[in-house]
Write a protein that binds this ligand. Structure first.
Ligand code: GCB
Length: 617
């Protein structure tokens, strides 16, 4: 039996099998899958817009893929036969237009800008499977619900728009090498999903990240973690998991040649081996010196390479300690969007542009809001020396009492942690953003926090919390969720949503319940680049500039302040931002405009970060 079957069965039993395929795909993600790529399926995919889901349901609303034959849906990719009496086929992928993958559909076809519903994608490819090898079909992300078919057979269904999806397709590949994959991508918003129906970002649909086929030997390294042990810079700790028929009692070699580390380990009956090794000679990763080592894992015919940094992160009272040194987290919030397209960032170039802007601002830290970002982003942060806050889309009003909703959130968190656990840059797992107080929510979110800690005890756990005010101009931070978190992080919008004009906000003081490091996860205000006025003219660059000046004054009264990620690096598309002159479908809280120009407030924060770097670095 498959080595992951046992834990999987337990998980399936626990959730009563409600999510079936979803969990199957998510609990077995191949670690560092992009390093295994053999065939990229990026590029042109033919597409069919299907708002009535004709390709999925018959006229009695029965799903074709649930019928006896399993046939009849668009995933058949049917063609009229030339010999028999021609059947009626009312679609033709090959004669349909193409979308570029990776990429949201909204920014590629004007009639899709606001589209929410089903689009079918088809790609034909040639891959002749080699005997004895294993093949995985891998999608970086599909928003939101995806039904995936290979050569007309269903591989599974996956929910969650920002985490990878993977299927072992070894037995489904056609021996001739001619294959086709069909995806039904549906970005319909629904109340019980994660995120729910209301967000302040664009609901981009489609296959938004890389698609490829990864190849491994029959027995292969399916997972590994190679990091410093919790709060212990002298010990390298982690595990390796082999999967496949010969996983038990196998030798696995871990090599970090540059550091003179070469260790052979032996897997147990389940193909797993945990290790602890001395790590004295490893140089520490930090934003000032983002040192990465070539790490190689090999076992029998399989080998995988990674580039890994080593650092510790912990808190002590008010301090955040990186490699034992107190730091100030000079951050900025970022959406996974290229404002210049505008649309989802489509790959390394777009992502590098965003992080280069952050570096220019003087950052050593980024908040990747409000959902898991691309794995490439985490690797770039490793390479460029930026600490990362990574988050799941538990945002605003989630269905706190629905057990399926919880399982979904936990699955997304699990996949995020799986994807990011070897990245030195990632120092914070955030379990959500601006969620309303209440018992069911506390249970939901504290369970997520505990889950994150159980999966990874080497990083900090947080969430972006809310505050409340009293008439004496005191801002109180006492959300009970704070007990479960390592950082006290709040979103605070004095000078924009409340508190009067920017110059009035310095009257506020803070009363924060927890003696932990405080990192302000958001503050900010909109400005339309090029629109000028005085410091009281809303939407002007001068208003936003004054807001930043006074925010920084006000925040400096917080004794435990150890960082911030103001909202936000760049203007981004948001459906709820309706003002026809100043917003026009954009949230304008960017320090950089939707055409790439830096607003005045950019330079205020840049100067502040210069001073903080001098003080702490
Ligand atoms: C928030 C949210 C963020 C919004 C922002 C705003 O608190 O966390 O997603 O975009 O405020 O601009 O209102």
């Amino acid at each position: 039996s498959h080595p992951l079957l046992k834990p999987l069965l337990i998980v399936l039993l626990l959730v009563g099998g409600v999510m079936g395929h979803t969990l199957r795909a998510q609990s077995t993600l191949l670690q560092n899958a992009p390093a295994r790529r053999v065939l990229s399926l990026n590029g042109s995919w033919n597409y069919i817009i299907d708002p009535y889901e004709n390709g999925f349901y018959d006229y009695r609303r029965e799903a074709f893929d649930q019928s006896k034959s399993g046939k009849g849906g668009y995933y058949d990719n049917a063609k009229p036969s030339s010999t028999q009496e021609p059947e009626l086929i009312e679609y033709d992928f090959d004669k349909s237009a193409a979308l570029q993958v990776p990429g949201d559909w909204n920014s590629q076809d004007p009639k899709l800008l606001y589209y929410e519903g089903t689009i079918w994608y088809k790609k034909s490819f040639h891959l002749a499977p080699k005997a004895g090898q294993r093949y995985f079909l891998y999608f970086g992300a599909i928003n939101y619900e995806a039904h995936i078919y290979l050569n007309g057979k269903k591989l599974g269904m996956h929910k969650g728009g920002f985490t990878p999806i993977q299927y072992d397709i070894t037995d489904q590949l056609s021996p001739s090498g001619d294959n086709f994959v069909v995806v039904k991508a549906d970005n319909t918003r629904r109340p019980n999903e994660v995120p729910t129906i209301n967000t302040d970002w664009w609901n981009y649909g489609g296959i938004t990240r890389d698609v490829f086929i990864a190849e491994t030997p029959a027995t292969y390294i399916s997972d590994y973690k190679v990091q410093l042990a919790k709060n212990d810079a002298n010990t390298l700790a982690g595990y390796v998991q082999l999967s496949g028929p010969n996983r038990a009692n196998q030798a696995v070699t871990l090599t970090i040649e540059e550091a003179g580390i070469k260790q052979t380990l032996k897997t147990d009956g389940e193909g797993r081996v945990a290790f602890r090794l001395p790590a004295k000679k490893l140089m520490r990763w930090s934003p000032q010196n983002p040192k990465l080592y070539a790490v190689r894992l090999s076992s029998g015919p399989d080998a995988v390479q990674d580039r890994i940094g080593f650092r510790t992160i912990q808190t002590r009272g008010a301090d955040v300690l990186l490699n034992g040194q107190s730091i100030f987290m000079r951050g900025i919030s970022i959406h996974d969007e290229n404002p210049l397209i505008p649309g989802r960032a489509r790959g390394e170039g777009d992502l590098r542009m965003l992080l280069t802007w952050a570096k220019e601002l003087g950052c050593n830290y980024v908040r990747l809001a409000h959902y898991p970002h691309n794995e490439i982003m985490l690797k770039l942060a490793d390479e460029m020396g930026l600490l990362v806050w990574a988050e799941v889309p538990v945002y605003w009003t989630i269905a706190w009492e629905n057990p399926d909703t919880y399982q979904n959130a936990e699955a997304q968190l699990t996949d995020l942690i799986s994807m990011g656990k070897n990245r030195a840059s990632v120092v914070v797992w955030s379990v959500g953003n601006e969620t309303p107080l209440g018992e069911p929510r506390l249970k939901f979110m504290s369970s997520l926090a505990q889950k994150a800690r159980a999966l990874d005890d080497t990083r900090l756990i947080s969430a972006a919390l809310e505050l409340h005010r009293t008439p004496d101009n005191v801002i109180h931070v006492d959300d009970p969720l704070g007990e479960y978190l390592d950082l006290t992080s709040i979103n605070e919008y004095a000078g924009w949503y409340w508190g009067g004009s920017p110059s009035e906000i310095t009257k506020y003081t803070f009363d924060i319940k927890y003696n932990k490091p405080v990192t302000i996860s958001e503050f900010g205000g909109d400005a339309l680049a090029g629109y000028h006025g005085d410091a009281n003219t809303r939407w002007s660059e001068e208003y936003q500039e004054a807001l930043y000046v006074n925010q920084l004054k006000m925040l400096s009264t917080i004794k435990n302040l150890r960082g911030m990620t103001p909202w936000i690096l760049a203007d981004f598309r948001a459906t709820r931002r309706q003002h026809p002159v100043y917003q026009n479908g954009f949230n304008r809280k960017g320090l950089i405009s939707s055409t790439g120009t830096k607003k005045k407030a950019f330079f205020v924060l840049q100067e502040y970060y210069r001073q903080m770097a001098q003080k702490y670095d």
